[in-house]
Design a protein around this ligand. Structure first.
Ligand code: ACO
Ligand code: KIV
Ligand code: MG
Length: 555
């Protein structure tokens, strides 16, 4: 075998489940969410959280609406133990929140875990031991019967300690760790042994949590494993079926989603997916997946920037800008065709209708993002993006032909500079190229006689001094173009003209855009003025000046 050689590996588990039902189901409601940030997330950190960071993350989780929160492995470390004591002694656990703690099936650890929970009103004690063949053979050096005995014994210790503290409302949870690599019939068998000890009822259910401790197959296989379990475990109505996925193959969210179809009621995960190796299921992703399908996730995700900030600070891990739903760039389009489609869809999207905008699966404003970030312009962008920026940031609705001209100029500059063109730079190009009243010819004033047929007398300043022009036509612009043609001896034709107010109110300025045919060339210009006629004449003059300049360059 060479160094990079796939023959070193074997296929992961496959399931033969011809009666599977999950593929034809749909998710209709949010699961019970359980955060394991303060335990699984914490145990993955180079530097585990201190009490101050745990308090900060705890406050965020409560604020977001989590009702079940795994707060640590109190028998494993003093900070974990102290954090549990702080929550209980300082009465920090809201009435509708239940804390959860993890422990191995070891008597001393279980005793210490219950010591940590002393005085709690409610708590979930989460017992686990690994069950896969590798772990049975190499970690525990036990066969199936031996590992079942470890689990049963652990369950008995948990029950005994709980019975010693009847004032607390206990919920028991069991995880056959490495479930995805465990034979499905044995996973059922070991859980049955634990449930035989705990004797859950519909009124007092236990949680059975099926972990993809390591993700070893595609999400459909996990769904099969969960459906197999759900349909083979006895007392199904006395258990809350939970899943806990990891992201080794990048499928944690997909696996959890399919597991919901397969019968899971509850999902464990972390905010933004912090966790062992490639991380745990990202609850934000899964919850937003539901939200985007019109399902209330039951968690407050309306301020993702706060979630990102707190998680980054507590875990010391920066979020990727393309992280699903909440990354900095996930609602930003740079490419021309995307920008064009977004702009067109946003123009017709109303608040009353379901959201339907190409390339934007949700309205970014739901997450506190503005449309500011939606379209950003670089050399990959086209006229749609440029037009969007001009409209959004400067209230200028450019006609299509002017979008084309401006986009070409913006792209050329972006290619020269490399990188993004911000809104101010785009606006500067527009003003410099199309609007600024520049030499050689400027409009000094005009007089318009509008008795049916328009007659204009205009004063213009050229390089060789002041000139008086006279012309006539239907409308001020036509009259001015006529005056110019007579004066310069060059035929000019108006191809298109548009104008609109910039902003609102009586003192709002107007912008006029015009496209002219000057000899064999088409040339655009624009002008801004409080007076709409002056704006339109200015736009014509601006176009003419551009045309002259272009002709001079060509000569
Ligand atoms: C998939 C998961 O996330 S599981 C959670 C994992 N999280 C953690 O481990 C974080 C906290 N853990 C710790 O700090 C430590 O492991 C402690 C303090 C709990 C225990 O430390 P130590 O006693 O030094 O033991 P260590 O973890 O090395 O123990 C391994 C022993 O426990 C046994 N063991 C491991 N897991 C379990 C379990 N769930 N139930 C029963 N026995 C177990 C192993 O077989 C091994 O036994 P051996 O000593 O007879 O070979
Ligand atoms: C303890 C268990 C649930 C776990 O974290 C895992 O298997 O990944
Ligand atoms: Mg885990």
């Amino acid at each position: 075998m060479t160094r990079f050689d796939s023959r070193k590996y074997r296929r992961g588990p496959v399931m033969d489940l011809p009666e599977r039902r999950w593929p034809s189901r749909i998710v209709e409601q949010a699961p019970i969410w359980a955060s394991v940030d303060l335990r699984d997330g914490n145990q993955a950190l180079l530097e585990p959280m201190g009490v101050a960071q745990k308090r900060r993350l705890w406050a965020l989780l409560v604020k977001m609406g989590f009702k079940e929160i795994e707060i640590g492995f109190p028998a494993a470390s003093q900070p974990d133990f102290d954090f549990v004591r702080w929550l209980i002694e300082e009465d920090k656990i809201p009435e509708d929140v239940t804390v959860q703690v993890l422990v191995q099936a070891r008597e001393d650890l279980i005793r210490r875990t219950f010591d940590a929970l002393d005085g709690a009103k409610r708590a979930i004690v989460h017992l686990y031991n690994s069950t896969s063949p590798i772990q049975r053979d190499w970690v525990f050096r036990q066969d199936r019967t031996g590992v079942t005995a470890i689990a049963r014994q652990g369950a008995e210790w948990v029950l005994r300690e709980a019975q010693r503290r009847p004032a607390t409302r206990w919920t028991f949870q069991y995880s056959p760790e490495s479930f995805t690599a465990t034979e499905p019939d044995y996973a059922v068998e070991v859980c049955e042994a634990v449930l035989d000890v705990w004797k859950p009822t519909q009124q007092r259910p236990c949680i059975v949590n099926l972990p993809a401790t390591v993700e070893v197959a595609s999400p459909n296989v996990f769904a099969d494993q969960v459906e197999y379990f759900a349909t083979h475990i006895s007392r199904r109505d006395a258990i809350v079926l939970s899943v806990h996925t990891h992201n080794d193959r990048g499928g944690a969210a997909a696996a959890a989603e399919l597991a919901l179809l397969a019968g899971a009621d509850r999902v464990e995960g972390t905010l933004l997916g912090n966790g062992e190796r490639t991380g745990n299921l990202d609850i934000v992703t899964l919850a937003m997946n539901l939200y985007s399908q019109g399902i209330d996730p039951g968690l407050d995700l309306s301020d993702p920037d706060e979630i990102v900030r707190v998680v980054e600070e507590c875990t010391g891990t920066a979020l990727h800008p393309r992280h699903p739903w909440v990354g900095e760039l996930v609602y930003t389009a740079f490419s021309g065709s995307h920008q064009d489609a977004i702009r067109k869809c946003l123009m017709r999207q109303s608040n009353e209708e379901p959201w339907q905008v190409a390339y934007l699966p949700i309205d970014p404003r739901d997450l506190g993002r503005s449309y500011q970030a939606v379209i950003r312009v670089n050399s990959q962008s086209g006229k749609g993006g440029v037009a969007f920026v001009m409209e959004r940031d400067f209230g200028l609705t450019l006609p299509r032909w002017m979008q084309v001209d401006l986009a070409r100029l913006v792209q050329a500059q972006s290619e020269r500079r490399g990188g993004e063109m911000d809104a101010a730079s785009i606006h500067r190009i527009f003003m410099e190229q199309f609007v600024v009243d520049r030499t050689p010819v400027r409009l000094l004033g005009y007089r318009l006689d509008r008795n049916g047929h328009d007659v204009i007398e205009a004063r213009v300043a050229g390089p060789d001094g002041e000139h008086r022009l006279r012309g006539e036509g239907e409308g001020a612009m036509a009259a001015f173009v006529d005056a110019w043609s007579r004066w310069s001896g060059q035929p000019v034709r108006i191809l298109d003209y548009q104008e609109h107010a910039i902003g609102e109110g009586t003192d709002a300025e107007a912008i006029a855009y015009v496209q002219l045919e000057l000899g064999s060339q088409r040339i655009a210009g624009a002008a801004i003025d409080r007076d709409t006629v002056a704006a339109s004449l200015g736009a014509v003059l601006s176009a003419l000046n551009r045309g002259e300049a272009r002709q001079a360059r060509a000569a």
